[in-house]
Design a protein around this ligand. Structure first.
Ligand code: AMP
Length: 403
C-alpha cells in the first residue's frame, strides 16, 4: 500500500484538526434512519480527542444546490446523532468558512459542505479557507475519494499537514489485499445491468483473476456473443463484439468466463411475471432472461468454494423481484460460506447482501460505491493521490528536521 501520514505519526496536542467524514446518511422526517456511517467515525473522533486536539468535522449530504440553504440537506440530524453517541454537544456551525471560535477539546460539525460555492468544483479559494481552519487535515471518507472536490482534494493541497484517517486506511488495505496481492485462485463476480458501465472493470479484472463470473444483464451480451438466442432479454448490441473479444482474451490468458447452462426467464419485466427455468438452448423470442438457473448456480457455487480470494460487484439477476432472486441469493450464500478472503461493494451488491443477511460473513464490505468501482478499474483515486503527495512532502520535512 502507498505511504500515507497516519494519526499515530502526528503530535496533535493542542492542535485543531479538520476531519473529512462521510455523513451522507439516509434521513426521514429530519431523523437519521441508518447511523452505521456515523458510528463508524466514532473511533477516529475519540482517537483525535485523546491525542489532545480540537475537531472540526466536515461532510456532504446529498446533492443540494450550491449557495442555497435547504433544510432537507442540513447536517443538523447528524449533529444530534453525534451528540448522543459522544455524550456531549457537537455544535452545528452554519457559517464556518471564515473561521470558527473553538474552546479546548471541542468537536464541531460544519454545515453541509455542498451548500458552499466551490465545493464540487474543487475551488482553490474555498479549499484554502478550509485549510486555514486547521493545523492538520485528515481525510477519513473513502466513499468520496474518487471525487476531486474542495473538501476531499483541494484542502489537502493547502493544509499544513494532510493525513489519512483509520477508516480510509482500512478500506485501502482491504482493497489492496483483494486486488493487488490476492491469494490464488482469485474469482471475480461482475453482475448488474450493462456491460458498458462495467467495461473497464471487466478488462482490468480479466488480467488479475482465474475465473470471471459475469451475471445479470451483462451475461446476456456475452451469451449473444457466444451465438445463443436470448429472446428479448436486456443486452447491448453495440457491445457484442467487445464481449467476444473479452472471451477470446480470457481464453488466451487461461482465465475462464463460465456461461450459464440454464436460466430463469419471464415474459415481461415486472414483479408479477411468472418465472420459468429453461436450458439456454431453449430460449424463445419472447423470453427475457432475468436470473441464472439452479444447475448454473450449483456450478458457480463449486467454483466459489475453490476460491482463495473473491471480489464481488453486481447482482446475478433481477434480485429485487423474488422469483428472479435465487441466483444472487445462492451466490451471496456461497461467498458467505467460503473460506476465501471476500470483498464486495457497490449499491446493489450491498442491497443484495443485506436482503440475504450475509453481512457478517463477507470479509470486507466496501463503503464506497463509485470509489470501490474506480478502485476495481485500477484508477488512482484523486483524494488518495493528493494524500500520498502530502505524505512525501511531510516525510521530507521530518527528515530535514532530524538532520
Ligand atoms: P448495476 O447498477 O449495473 O449494478 O445493475 C443492477 C441492476 O441490474 C439491478 O437493479 C438488477 O435488477 C438489474 N439486472 C440484473 N440482472 C438483470 C437482467 N437479467 N435483466 C435486466 N436487469 C437486470
Amino acid at each position: 500500500m502507498s505511504i500515507l501520514v497516519k494519526i499515530a505519526d502526528l503530535d496533535l496536542s493542542g492542535k485543531t484538526v479538520l476531519i473529512r467524514e462521510d455523513y451522507n446518511v439516509p434521513l426521514k422526517d429530519g431523523v437519521v434512519t441508518n447511523d452505521v456511517r456515523i458510528k463508524a467515525t466514532l473511533p477516529t473522533i475519540n482517537q483525535v480527542l485523546e491525542a489532545g486536539a480540537n475537531i472540526i468535522l466536515v461532510s456532504h449530504l446529498g446533492r443540494p444546490v450550491a449557495g442555497e440553504f435547504d433544510e432537507a440537506f442540513s447536517l443538523a440530524p447528524v449533529a444530534k446523532c453525534l451528540s448522543n453517541f459522544l455524550d456531549f454537544e457537537v455544535a452545528l456551525i452554519k457559517d464556518w468558512t471564515n473561521g470558527i471560535d473553538m474552546s479546548d477539546k471541542q468537536v464541531v460539525l460544519c454545515e453541509n459542505v455542498r451548500f458552499e460555492h466551490g465545493e464540487i468544483d474543487n475551488d482553490e479559494e474555498l479549499a484554502r479557507k478550509m485549510a486555514q481552519l486547521c493545523q492538520v487535515y485528515i481525510n477519513d471518507a473513502f466513499a468520496t475519494a474518487h471525487r476531486a472536490q474542495a473538501s476531499t482534494h483541494g484542502v489537502a493541497k493547502y493544509a499544513a499537514i494532510s493525513a489519512a484517517g483509520p477508516l480510509l486506511i482500512n478500506e485501502l488495505k482491504a482493497l489492496t489485499k483483494a486486488l493487488r496481492e490476492p491469494a490464488k485462485p482469485v474469482i471475480a463476480i461482475v453482475g448488474g445491468a450493462k456491460v458498458s458501465t462495467k467495461l473497464t472493470i471487466l478488462e482490468t479484472l480479466l488480467e488479475k483473476v482465474d475465473q470471471l463470473i459475469v451475471g445479470g444483464g451483462i451475461v446476456n451480451t456475452f451469451l449473444k456473443a457466444a451465438g445463443y438466442r436470448i429472446g428479448k432479454s436486456l443486452y447491448e448490441p453495440d457491445l457484442v463484439d467487445v464481449a467476444n473479444n473479452l472471451m477470446k482474451q480470457a481464453e488466451e490468458q487461461g482465465c475462464q468466463i463460465p456461461l450459464p447452462r440454464d436460466v430463469v426467464c419471464g415474459k415481461e419485466f415486472n414483479e408479477n411475471t411468472s418465472a420459468v427455468t429453461k436450458m439456454i438452448s431453449d430460449i424463445k423470442d419472447d423470453d427475457m432472461i432475468m436470473d441464472i438457473g439452479p444447475e448454473t448456480a450449483d456450478h458457480l457455487n463449486k467454483i466459489i468454494s475453490s476460491a482463495k480470494t473473491i471480489v464481488w460487484n453486481g447482482p446475478l439477476g433481477v434480485f429485487e423481484f423474488d422469483q428472479f432472486s435465487n441466483g444472487t441469493e445462492c451466490l451471496a450464500k456461497a461467498i458467505a460460506e467460503s473460506d476465501a478472503y471476500s470483498i464486495a461493494g457497490g449499491g446493489d451488491t450491498i442491497a443484495a447482501i443485506s436482503k440475504f443477511n450475509v453481512e457478517d460473513n463477507i470479509s470486507y464490505i466496501s463503503t464506497g460505491g463509485g470509489a470501490f468501482l474506480e478502485f476495481l478499474e485500477g484508477k488512482k483515486l484523486p483524494a488518495i493521490a493528493i494524500l500520498e503527495e502530502a505524505a512525501r512532502a511531510w516525510t521530507a520535512m521530518e527528515r530535514a528536521r532530524e538532520l
